[in-house]
Design a protein around this ligand. Structure first.
Ligand code: C5P
Length: 393
């Protein structure tokens, strides 16, 4: 997704400028061509040499210094860019952009580009909260700029407040999302479920399963990167919420069913990667069950089968975690749940299944076509699933 993309990374004079080195490094490692443009004051905080070393590309600082192929022609960089990201963006640069001022290479590039522009502001809380900065941000937002909202935390002044540069993951997630807007899932609404549901026994205990949520989260991120509008309905996991998706947190199978039914009403695709409990305690004890009784019998009842029960005109994709007769069991599920595609997962094979970062799956479609994939990262599996979904439209 980032590979071979030209990303103009603008760095302005905030103390957070040093964090831009990590952004440049991560984007370069992901295969992007990172063209760094620094304002004069940014060079006081971090040297162009650092950025040049990390990106392997010359760094533009001065419009009138023909140090690179781009500085010869002030709009060349603007035309080459797939996306322009300014991180950190100071109040000063934001104000100049809002006013259309182009007095350095960075503001010139932004004024001249047709590429999407992302701003990650970083400044002292009082500068951020000043109505003039807020007006400028609102103006730029209305013109289609994407603003990665600054966070709350320790500021260079020593005080805590709003104005901290957003997390690197959030900035990079936003870049991926913006680059994906024109991709093959652009305009599609995709609902993804992930994680393992928890069915409460009492206020302390629940029946759960070993799902980590990694597969579903990878599907949600991949769909986002390919331009889809993603709703991720997540049972409890320890994973960070993917940037640029709408996340609905649920606990139980019944809550998940409700959330899926609501989201699926407007969906083009439903991908059920969640490990949904098949049984729930008939009653949930109001108070913690004491261990005075030597043995405890729980009465369990079936949970709703979400895939089978939620009806609508959308592509339906299910998962089948199996420990035996993989293909036969998965085919049966595909029929029973009226699916368009099922991803069969042998949970006994090494490197696959719960908690792993890799997965080895077999894709089976409605026509009975069986395709076994090699061991891949969950992100690669996610993209292969979405390749199939694209063909199903
Ligand atoms: O029947 P089984 O639970 O093995 O099917 C797995 C598939 O069905 C998964 O896609 C899972 O998310 C979905 N499922 C469901 N509702 C349930 C149980 C599973 O939608 N109650």
């Amino acid at each position: 997704m980032l590979a071979k993309k030209t990303i103009v990374l603008g760095i302005t004079g905030s103390i957070a400028a040093y964090k831009a080195a990590n952004i440049a490094s991560e984007l370069t490692q992901a295969g992007a061509r990172v063209e760094v443009v620094m304002t004069e004051s940014a060079t006081r905080f971090i040297t162009p040499l650092t950025l040049r070393s990390l990106t392997g590309r010359p760094v533009v600082t001065d419009m009138f210094e023909p140090a690179t192929e781009y500085s010869l022609e002030h709009v060349a960089l603007a035309e080459a860019a797939n996306v322009v990201v300014i991180a950190p963006a100071t109040a000063n640069t934001i104000a100049k952009l809002a006013a259309g001022i182009a007095d350095d290479m960075l503001t010139c590039t932004v004024l001249a580009t047709n590429a999407p522009v992302i701003l990650a502001p970083a400044m002292h809380a009082s500068m951020l909260q000043n109505p003039v900065t807020q007006d400028n941000l609102a103006k730029l937002k209305a013109r289609g700029f994407t603003i990665v909202e600054p966070g709350y935390g320790h500021l260079a002044s020593g005080k805590a407040g709003w104005g901290r540069l957003a997390d690197i993951e959030t900035i990079i997630g936003t870049i991926k999302q913006v680059l994906g807007r024109k991709d093959d899932l652009s305009g599609k609404r995709i609902v993804v479920t992930a994680g393992g549901t928890q069915e409460p026994i009492d206020p302390v205990r629940h029946i759960g399963n070993r799902s980590s949520g990694k597969m579903g989260y990878a599907v949600a991120e991949a769909a986002r990167d390919r331009g889809a509008t993603v709703t991720l309905i997540s049972a409890p996991t320890s994973l960070p919420e993917p940037v640029g998706t709408v996340v609905v947190q649920v606990q139980t199978a019944s809550q998940m069913k409700e959330a899926v039914a609501k989201a699926a009403a407007r969906a083009d695709v439903l991908i059920m990667a969640a490990a949904v409990a098949d049984y729930q305690p008939k009653d949930t004890a109001k108070n913690k069950i004491k261990k005075e009784t030597p043995d405890l019998t729980l009465e369990l009842v079936r949970t709703p089968d979400i895939l089978a029960e939620v009806k609508g005109d959308f592509i339906r994709v299910g998962f089948a975690a199996e420990s035996e007769n993989l293909v036969a069991n998965a085919k049966q599920k595909l029929q029973k749940k009226q699916l368009d595609l099922i991803i069969a997962n042998d949970i006994t094979s090494t490197g696959s299944g719960f908690g792993a970062d890799t997965n080895q799956v077999t894709l089976i479609d409605r026509k009975g076509k069986v395709e076994s994939l090699p061991l891949l990262t969950k992100r690669e599996v996610a993209d292969r699933i979405l390749d199939k979904v694209v063909k199903l439209f």
